[in-house]
Design a protein. Sequence first.
Length: 119
Amino acid sequence: MTRQEIIDYCLTFPAAYEDYPFDSIADPGAWAVMRHRTNRKSFALVYERNGKLCVNLKCDPLEADFLRQAFEGVTPGWHMNKEHWNTVVIGSDVPDEEIKRQIESSYDLIRPKVKRRAR
C-alpha cells in the first residue's frame, strides 16, 4: 500500500477526515492524521520513519499484544501510548488486507457511541 492508498481507505469511513496538525515549514505534510469529524479523535497517523512508511493505529490492548507477536512489522505505537496503539510498517510481513482490518478496528474504537434514549 502507498501513503495515498492508506489515506484514501481511511476516508471511506463515515465522517472521517484528513488533518495535518504537526505541519512545519521544514517538513509540511509529514504526518497525516485521520480523524472522526464528530469527536476529532484520531484513528490513524500516517508518516515515514527511517525511510519506511508507517501507520499508527489504535488497538484493544489484548489484540495489540497478539499482533505484535504475530507480525514482525507491528510494534508498540511510536510516540503513542504503548498499551493502546501499534505502529504498522507498510511493506513488512503484514498483508494489506490485515492492515485494512486494523484500520477498521481502530476507527471502530474511536467513533462516537450511539446513546440509547431513556424511555
